[in-house]
Design a protein around this ligand. Structure first.
Ligand SMILES: NC(=O)C1=CN([C@@H]2O[C@H](COP(=O)(O)OP(=O)(O)OC[C@H]3O[C@@H](n4cnc5c(N)ncnc54)[C@H](O)[C@@H]3O)[C@@H](O)[C@H]2O)[C@@H](O)CC1
Ligand SMILES: [K+]
Length: 490
């Protein structure tokens, strides 16, 4: 599913109108879809306040409020303008609700979540927020900052340019793009202001599939992660060989192997140097086969693994380990994921020529800067595109929103995950999951983007227990994330 510009979105709507779909029907679908998604995000109803401007974006918020009220939420409206100045459609939606906008700043009464629906501006936003719209945006920001309110943006955070993503827009916790994600959401400023992005597909809107940037979600990529046949055996589930951990960084090996197991690998083997502390080996999941050796890299490459994961926590391994890694990489054609210290070694040795189409690399921005210093200052989307034009591997660039790129394919934007996951170990878990998917035969960009989606979703599932998700939390919730993908839960 492509990202679109504001103008392309208007054309899609026009095409739907030409087929006889009414603007009101689209708005009703949008508002209902938004409410459904919001209800899924919270374990119980609370208070929801719709902040509405004059345009159709406010109409989306009003329809969503009606559905939230039916689901047991207390609702209220704050309007930036008197009703006489509103467009025809939002006025109709206000009449359906049969309540009047509040005069004063509302307070959160009762229990449950305190939700603000940002329906001030959508793709009709032009320039900086001004007048009463700016004042309402300020009010939402204060309630978010000081009163624990959660801001959910209808279509876009108000004031965000749909195409460029520029603008001192509302900062949302959750953005619900209507029909198709708008380009601005993937911009650096968009990523900072949108929070989690939960797409609301509209069945009456044809979905374009032609852009250089795609939104990675279950509807758009059917067929990945199919349920297992009854006769499935561990050989079908993939043999993952893992080169991870070194003295002082043994936890990376525990996390990476656990994640590989919980993602469904049939057999997981960890290859480590012989001086790996034995008491730490005992911290390893019992299902993992641990192979200490004077030459673990050689052993890993010579074993019958379907895929290799290389690099989490290997920074303190021996010189020989690093040197033989570069040597074996040059000739092995198996799917291999290269993370963390493996990437640092490649950058240090200036051996980017080793990166081939069977490799998935998963740098964070610091590691990426070491691999491609010439791309410093470029946006993540531009940098990914430029990098894969030069190198044949699949690139997964971590960040507030992870991107996956490979030459000749559209760049994929992963919408899952949240800032509470910003901690050491999450990358080790991600590489274990991707390693499993590669070992099971997934194509490299599918393995990388699905790995990112699953880990992000697992972290989101952990939000039920608080705002921080450690790598162990992510691993614990991987099974639920797999269910979510299969059941197309967003
Ligand atoms: N067109 C349709 O059929 C549908 C539209 N939908 C929703 O409608 C939105 C677009 O609606 P509209 O085209 O009515 O536009 P908006 O609701 O985005 O806003 C337009 C209004 O905002 C004012 N405005 C623009 N920039 C401003 C700024 N910087 N500061 C203060 N005021 C500003 C304009 O004067 C205009 O009155 C979409 O983003 C989506 O949420 C959905 O309901 C689906 C169907
Ligand atoms: K909005």
């Amino acid at each position: 599913m492509s990202f679109v510009t504001g103008a392309a979105m208007r054309s899609l709507e026009e095409a739907a109108f030409a087929r006889g779909v009414s603007a009101e029907a689209l708005m009703d679908l949008a508002g209902e879809g938004i409410a459904e998604r919001l209800i899924e995000q919270f374990s119980r109803p609370g208070s929801a306040i719709g902040y509405v401007g004059k345009g159709n974006n406010g109409g989306d918020a009003l329809v969503a409020l009606r559905h939230l009220r039916e689901a047991g939420w207390r609702i209220a409206i704050r309007a930036a303008f008197p009703e006489e100045e509103w467009g025809e459609l939002p006025r109709r939606k206000l009449r359906d609700l049969a309540i009047a906008p509040e005069i004063d700043v509302p307070r959160h009464k009762g229990s449950g979540p305190f939700l603000l629906l940002d329906g001030l501006l959508g793709i009709g936003a032009k320039g900086a927020l001004r007048g009463p719209v700016a004042a309402m945006a300020e009010e939402m920001a204060t309630l978010r900052q000081n009163h624990g309110a959660v801001v959910a943006a209808m279509d876009l955070p108000s004031g965000l340019d749909a195409d460029t993503g520029s603008g001192e827009a509302v900062i949302a916790d959750l953005t619900l793009p209507v029909g198709v994600a708008k380009m601005g959401i993937a911009s650096p400023n968009g990523v900072l202001r949108c929070g989690r992005v939960v797409l609301v597909p509209l069945k009456d809107l044809p979905l374009p599939d032609d852009s250089f940037l795609k939104f990675f979600c279950p509807e758009a990529f059917p067929g990945l992660l199919e349920p297992r046949a009854h006769g499935f055996h561990k050989g079908d589930a993939g043999r993952a060989g893992i080169l991870a951990g070194s003295p002082g960084m043994t936890g990376a090996a525990v996390i990476c192997t656990s994640a590989a197991l919980h993602a469904g690998a049939g057999l997981v083997t960890l290859h480590v140097e012989g001086d790996f502390p034995p008491h730490l080996l005992s911290a390893m999941p019992p299902e993992v086969m641990v192979r200490p050796s004077p030459d673990p890299v050689k052993e890993a490459f010579e074993a019958r693994h379907d895929a290799l994961v290389i690099g989490p926590g290997t920074g303190h391994a021996s010189q020989h380990y690093h040197a033989s890694l570069l040597e074996f990489l040059a000739s092995d054609e198996r799917p291999i994921i290269l993370d963390a210290d493996a990437l640092n070694q490649i950058a240090k040795a200036g051996r980017l020529d080793l990166l081939k189409s069977n490799h998935v690399i998963t740098p964070h921005p610091g590691e990426f800067a070491r691999l491609a210093p010439e791309l410093a200052g470029e946006s993540a989307v531009t940098a990914c595109g430029a990098f894969v034009q030069k190198h044949g591997c699949t690139l997964l660039l971590k960040g507030a929103r992870t991107l996956v790129a490979k030459s000749g394919q559209a760049i994929r934007f992963n919408p899952t995950g949240h800032a509470g996951m910003a901690s050491g170990g999450q990358g080790d878990a991600l590489s274990g999951v991707i390693g499993t998917l590669l070992a099971q035969g997934a194509e490299s960009t599918d393995a990388a983007s699905l790995g990112a989606w699953l880990c992000g979703r697992a972290g989101e599932r952990s939000l039920a227990n608080g705002p921080i998700a450690t790598a162990s939390d992510t691993i614990r919730h991987l099974g639920g994330a797999i269910d979510d993908w299969r059941q197309r839960r967003r």
